[in-house]
Design a binder for this molecule. Structure first.
Ligand SMILES: [Zn+2]
Length: 374
């Protein structure tokens, strides 16, 4: 493995530790903003220009531009600073290192990758080097809640970029991500008719019975071969066992590999017909993130990254994944390479960890992408 002079895992890990120890649950804007402050001042100390963009109900977003290059389309680096972990998780999962594994809430998804981007930039500044294309870093605050607040900002920045690099974690031994499924979410509300289950059973119209029949239809839409999955993840309904239930609710998550399949499958859910004509089905929701479909330009960007990795002394391969990211918003517009963050495992769990041995090569890859993309 060729290591790049001046990129040193110990220093990177120390920086990641500082970002991990400021907890940033998506639903706690003041906490997220504490880390935004820290990241903003770190970039400013290196001469970068920053702008805070407030988002209703969430922490701020932060846009950083490198001090060189003009306004021409450049490289947009996308990272989220929020995590799924509630405040106090740091007590249960304090930052600690055990051999090659470093643990902490959000360390893998994705404070590790977010910090790598910062460190690669810092390295350039320290060495007095510049990149052919201007660099823009966008840190958002609501990715773990579907990025509804920051999506317009992400799309606006992507439209002005030539390439997008996403610092989501890499997977399965360092694979980057060249396509992702799209997501759709639905809430289905079933409205039947209540009645006494003993004396007037025949007058009732059970919302739960209707829900049960529809669940089977929905789940049967799953087609692994086509890459379509439907999951009825939450159900509720009824009031008491001796009342024919008037209401029931189901929450549904759908993953789609292509726009075509998305349109067809979403329409099917939105047009569900009740088995019982006396029960009403109300469908709310729809597409959340479009599919990140493989494209020629996207694959060319990946192949470029492969060449860079080879020069650094390692093989880079790619995967497609069912999990969505903010790369789903940018990939339809501009060549996007995702999964450039750290390697590790246990995203969203109490054993979330990164592999320390991935820090130097991944940071070097990021740095060389900054320096070689034209
Ligand atoms: Zn993430």
């Amino acid at each position: 493995m060729t290591q790049m002079a001046g990129i040193e895992a110990g220093e990177i890990l120390q920086g990641i530790r500082e970002w991990v120890e400021i907890e940033t649950p998506t639903d706690s804007p003041p906490s997220v903003n504490r880390l935004m402050d820290e990241v903003q001042s770190s970039y400013e100390a290196l001469g970068a220009t920053t702008r805070r963009i407030p988002r209703d109900g969430f922490g701020d977003c932060l846009r950083v531009r490198c001090p060189w290059g003009g306004d021409e389309p450049g490289i947009l680096v996308l990272s989220h600073l929020d995590t799924v972990h509630p405040l106090g998780t740091i007590e249960r999962l304090p930052f600690h290192v055990d051999g090659d594994r470093a643990f902490g809430p959000g360390i893998y998804d994705m404070k590790g990758g977010a910090f790598l981007a910062f460190h690669a930039f810092r390295h350039l500044v320290r060495q007095g080097r510049q990149t052919p294309l201007p660099l823009t870093f966008l840190y958002n605050s609501d990715e773990e809640m579907s990025s509804e607040g920051s999506r317009p900002l992400i799309e606006e920045q992507a439209r002005q970029a030539k390439y997008v690099l996403v610092t989501e974690p890499c997977r399965d031994g360092g694979k980057v991500v060249t396509s992702r499924k799209g997501t759709a979410r639905f809430t289905l509300t079933f409205e039947g008719r209540p009645s006494h289950s003993g004396s007037k059973h025949e007058e009732g119209r059970s919302a739960i019975k209707e829900l049960a029949r529809q669940i089977l239809l929905l789940e049967e839409m799953t087609d692994y071969e086509r890459g379509l999955t439907v999951n009825v993840g939450v159900v509720s309904g009824g009031t008491r066992s001796n009342v024919v239930p008037a209401e029931a609710v189901a929450e549904v998550d759908m993953r789609v590999p292509s726009r075509e399949i998305a349109e067809e499958a979403i329409a099917k859910v939105q047009n569900l017909k009740p088995f019982d004509p006396d029960v009403r089905i109300r469908v709310e929701g729809g597409a959340k993130r479009p599919p990140f479909e493989p494209s020629e330009e996207g694959m060319a960007l990946f192949q470029h990254a492969q060449g860079v990795a080879r020069e650094l002394g390692f093989d880079l391969t790619d995967v497609t994944t069912g999990g969505a990211s903010d790369g789903n918003f940018t990939a339809p517009m501009v060549p996007t390479l995702d999964g450039l963050g750290v390697d590790g495992e246990g995203a969203h769990t109490f054993h979330e960890q990164l592999y320390v041995s991935s820090l130097e090569p991944r940071c070097a890859l990021m740095l060389r992408l900054f320096e070689t993309l034209k």
